[in-house]
Write a protein that binds this ligand. Structure first.
Ligand code: FAD
Length: 535
């Protein structure tokens, strides 16, 4: 990166920056992407993990956004079928709810229409009996029936990583653990950045014709204009054992606390409940789940699944992220703020602001259109056509038949649950993981007893997926940090040995990796002390 000037330098390795880098590299621009922590360490690894049309945006009349998001859902299911999968949702309807049944009926008809009737399936009204057959744990009082509709779930961190890797495969340079500290400015225009390699402390300059700021909730901080264009909000989730709630599908509910739309979502043996949506003005690095978030989420879920009687002690894991939402022209409540996006230019620096995971491809195309126009204005080069990011599969997504891959993995000797897990994470790259497991019996062992992840997946991630730390591996390459009660801390010394041998870690490095992981565990459990203090 430091050697030759770039056409486009993208700052920020969340879904937005990863999508921009992939798009720019596919258009043939000499492109690089830098991320100061790990890819998806910001908001993009802390979302509700939904690729959704955005049913609730219909309430605010955001028809264009719903139309766009529905199209993106269709595209992502096709280009990354391992990372984005169809998910049936149930929305129970209770007497006296904030949104009356007639309004819901109109909303769902519109939702399907805006997906051009090409969603996984169209919605269906269910009687109270039919609904209870699927979700027997729902509250009976006031239950009138419900709606079954479809959206998609995803692995947000791995979807981000897939775009980073696709950018690399298209010729881009990509690096995590590189922070942009300042801009190089010539004649009033940004012509590059000063950056630091976080792993070595080495400082270097990168020259680029166009720099794109894709730092999500950090974007206003990096812009060269002091006017804040974002109004960030915090969103928190808690995960509990699914057996505690007993939900089979995803359930959409209106929180009885404040009428907001919320979700109870299946995730393997877990169900996660989210999300909150509260104004956030601090440093996004400090956004964590607090006691009030946990109380609100559990109270809302308990009101709809009364037998669950969820307590804070049921929480297996919790996470919070900051939405980089556009500041509305007038003051509105956090939940009503637009999910649209904007590309703005401040003296040669392009910033991509707002948006959501679902529509990242559209944001990326808009940003690269602007970059292409700037490059044309700078040196007269032709503007290339838009990149086929909607047709080229993401790495691992080169198949429409995941069941066949799972069967192949079973033939390789993997138990079914492991085969499904490996295919879900790696898609068509699953055979490479299975080969690793076959090559060394130690790697065929589970990372954590009772969890389907294999040690081979961790080694694969250090070799092929740019994982540099234990936390990268357990939090984002796999979701073991969030999925396993106790965060698998007991296994980490053995894992540090395994990964240390792979990455040539010294004894001191192993110790610091373990300490960093434990620090994350403490940070994500701070709400427990907070709750104890309230009692
Ligand atoms: P980020 O993912 O935050 O990426 C910005 C990156 O920039 C960070 O990784 C950061 O480390 C890096 N960075 C910052 N400063 C520097 C620097 N100086 N140098 C280098 N790198 C830097 N959307 C959906 O479509 N579906 C959902 O279900 C959904 N659920 C959500 C739930 C919650 C609780 C939240 C908070 C958001 C949700 N969203 C959802 C929205 C979506 O997650 C975000 O819009 C999206 O992830 C933002 O991505 P981003 O790349 O812009 O920002």
């Amino acid at each position: 990166m430091a050697e030759r000037p770039l056409d486009v330098l993208v700052v920020g390795g969340g879904i937005t920056g990863a999508g921009v880098a992939r798009d720019a590299a596919m258009r043939g621009f000499r492109t690089a992407l830098v991320e100061r922590a790990d890819f998806a360490a910001g908001t993009s690894g802390r979302s509700s993990r939904l690729i959704h049309g955005g049913l609730r945006y219909l309430e605010h009349g955001a028809l264009r956004l719903v139309f766009e998001a529905s199209r993106e859902r269709r595209i992502l299911l096709r280009i990354a079928p391992h990372l984005v999968w169809p998910q049936p949702f149930l929305l129970p309807v209770f007497a006296g709810a904030r949104v009356p049944a007639w309004k819901l009926a109109a909303g769902f008809a519109l939702y399907d229409a805006l997906a051009l009737l090409r969603n996984v399936k169209t919605h269906r009204w269910l009687s109270k009996r039919a609904l209870l057959r699927i979700e027997p744990g729902l509250r009976l009082r006031g239950l009138q029936g419900g709606v079954r509709y479809y959206d998609a779930q995803c692995d947000d961190a791995r979807l981000t990583l897939a775009n980073v890797r696709a950018a690399h495969q298209a010729g881009g340079l990509v690096a995590n653990y590189v922070t942009v500290e300042s801009f190089d400015v010539a004649d009033g225009r940004v012509r590059g950045v000063r950056a630091v390699d976080v792993t070595t402390g080495a400082r270097f300059g990168v020259r680029a014709q166009v720099v794109i700021n894709a730092t999500g909730p950090w974007s206003d901080g990096l812009r060269r204009d002091t006017r804040a264009l974002l109004r960030p909000t915090k969103g928190a989730h808690v995960a509990v054992l699914r057996s505690r709630i007993g939900n089979r599908s995803a359930v959409t509910l209106l929180s009885p606390v404040d009428g907001r739309v919320m979700f109870v979502l299946p995730w393997g043996d877990l169900a996660y409940i989210g999300t909150t949506d509260t104004d956030f003005s601090g440093d996004p690095d400090d956004a964590g789940v607090d006691a009030a978030d946990v109380v609100y989420l559990l109270r809302s879920a308990n009101a709809v699944f009364p037998d669950a009687r969820l307590q804070p002690s049921d929480v297996v894991s919790a996470w919070a992220g900051v939405r980089p939402l556009l500041r509305p022209p007038d003051e509105r409540s956090a939940a009503a703020i637009s999910r649209e996006h904007r590309v703005v230019e401040d003296r040669g620096l392009l910033s991509v602001l707002g948006g959501k995971l679902t529509t990242y491809r559209v944001m990326a195309a808009d940003a690269v259109d602007r970059a292409a126009a700037l490059l044309h204005a700078l040196d007269g080069r032709p503007v290339p056509p838009r990149a086929p990011t909607d047709r080229e599969p993401l790495p691992g997504g080169e198949t429409g038949n995941l069941a066949l891959l799972v069967a192949e993995m079973e033939n390789e000797g993997l138990p079914r649950a492991t085969a499904e897990y490996v295919v879900r994470l790696h898609g068509t790259e699953a055979p490479a993981v299975a080969r690793l497991a076959r090559s060394n019996p130690a790697l065929a062992q589970p990372v954590v007893p009772g969890h389907p992840a294999l040690r081979a997946q961790l080694v694969h991630a250090t070799r092929r997926e740019l994982a540099l730390t234990l936390t990268d591996l357990l939090m984002r390459r796999t979701r073991i940090f969030f999925d396993v009660p106790g965060h698998a801390v007991a296994e980490t010394p053995a894992l540090a040995e395994l990964i240390g041998a792979e990455l040539d870690w010294s004894a001191a490095r192993k110790a610091s990796e373990l300490a960093a992981y434990v620090a994350e565990v403490h940070r994500h459990n701070a709400f427990r002390a907070d709750l104890a203090g309230r009692e």
